[in-house]
Design a protein around this ligand. Structure first.
Ligand SMILES: [Zn+2]
Ligand SMILES: [Zn+2]
Length: 138
């Protein structure tokens, strides 16, 4: 588990001013590898932080993504999902339960960015969809 102080230090390293709210959002993502939505983060933190708003969570996440501390996933068409693991890894979205799982044992070629005459390709998301083990029998 990442402590509040470890997370505080981590944000300073990433050049992010570690306000209490930013630290709490980052700490939640580090300790809950569920690829959380804005809503999930807000619901988890608001009981202890009555002044927290969903807009603050949203703005904080945008900043964390911009500074490279967190990656945003577009795998779930209903909600942006946020991942504290910024290493190259793939994701699997379960169409039934909506959980997003990490896939770490993919071929590295999948993450290589192609050169293209027309486009400056900057990023790639490797996303798969289907049914997870818990849902595929139902
Ligand atoms: Zn499932
Ligand atoms: Zn992930």
């Amino acid at each position: 588990m990442n402590s509040y102080m470890q997370t505080h230090q981590f944000l300073i390293q990433k050049n992010i001013k570690p306000s209490v709210q930013r630290t709490a959002v980052m700490e939640f993502l580090l300790n809950n590898r569920i690829h959380a939505t804005v809503e999930e983060i807000y619901l988890a933190l608001s009981p202890d932080m009555p002044t927290l708003s969903k807009t603050t969570v949203y703005n904080t996440l945008n900043l964390l993504v911009k500074k490279g501390a967190v990656q945003m996933l577009l795998i779930d068409e209903k909600n942006a999902r946020y991942d504290a693991d910024i290493s190259k890894h793939g994701h699997f979205f379960c169409n039934s339960c909506g959980k997003v799982y990490d896939i770490f044992n993919l071929k590295p070629e999948l993450f290589q960015l192609p050169t293209h005459p027309q486009f400056m390709i900057m990023d790639v998301e490797v996303s798969y969809k289907g049914f997870c083990n818990e849902c595929k029998g139902n």
